[in-house]
Write a protein that binds this ligand. Sequence first.
Ligand code: CP
Ligand code: NVA
Length: 313
Amino acid sequence: MADYRHFIDLADAGGDAIAAMLEEALTRKEARAGWAKGKADADAPLAGRTLAMIFEKNSTRTRVSFDMAMRQLGGSTIVMDSGSMQLGRGETIADTARVLSRYVDAIMIRTDDHAKILEMAKHATVPVINGLTDHSHPCQIMADLMTVIERGKSLPGLAWAWLGDGNNVLHSIIEAASLMHFSVRVGCPAGYDPSIEVLEAAAKRGATVQIMRDPARAVMDADVVVTDTWVSMGQPHAEEKLAAMAPYQVNAALMGKAAPEAVFLHCLPAHRGEEATDEVLDGPQSAIWDEAENRLHAQKAILLWCLGGLSGE
Ligand code: CP
Ligand code: NVA
């Protein structure tokens, strides 16, 4: 059996692994509180290891947080845009996976097509990590779960409300819900529902996910309110879609319907004044800057899990 694991989707990892990674992330974050950001963790567990990152799409958080995560774990990174690789000239994903596996210890890829990461994982002999596809964004949701726990909430039994497009980020939230035992109410317009396959798989694992057209019903008494851009990378910027999304904007009035202690999350980048107002993004219930920071801490745990080095393993 291989002594490494891919991190493609949360359901592949399972609830116990997610819980162990969250614990690792929280512990490591606390242990280095106040340290210079470039200083390695005391145990530098990935010293001598290198992560290659391939970006087919833009990124700020994923790129910088993975880079800093490897530095803090004592390792190093190589960051590549696919357009400047032979991949951009037609070299296959399979051959790229075989070659990179001879140079580096892990590969992270952000791609426009989920099938490509599955192909990469099939042919790589090192861990492959999903840095966002058109289908899912599991690294983001690890940071989201961590942020909610940090706000004093225990995941089982929570009610999450998602407002807006049924996109890649929502797919990973629905998977997380089915593994960590919280419910999700999705407020979205007809025609923009999350994938039926994702819903069915989550239902089989016992998840409670409800699709609602009324945004107020979706957010009522929710413990966590989440939104994301109405137009994801690679999607057409259609006026028709923006108009359909308008009632699902998270503004102070809608946020006021959630539980008084509700936390507001957004993976960022935000389109201020579209999916959420400044008042909410910068308001007292917003945890978006902790959420962004937690990408770094969560990714460290993901890297360690992939390379078999979580504390206690
Ligand atoms: N949230 C997120 O993945 O941000 P980036 O696109 O900046 O990486
Ligand atoms: N749904 C967004 C997330 C960006 C981090 C996108 O795919 O563009």
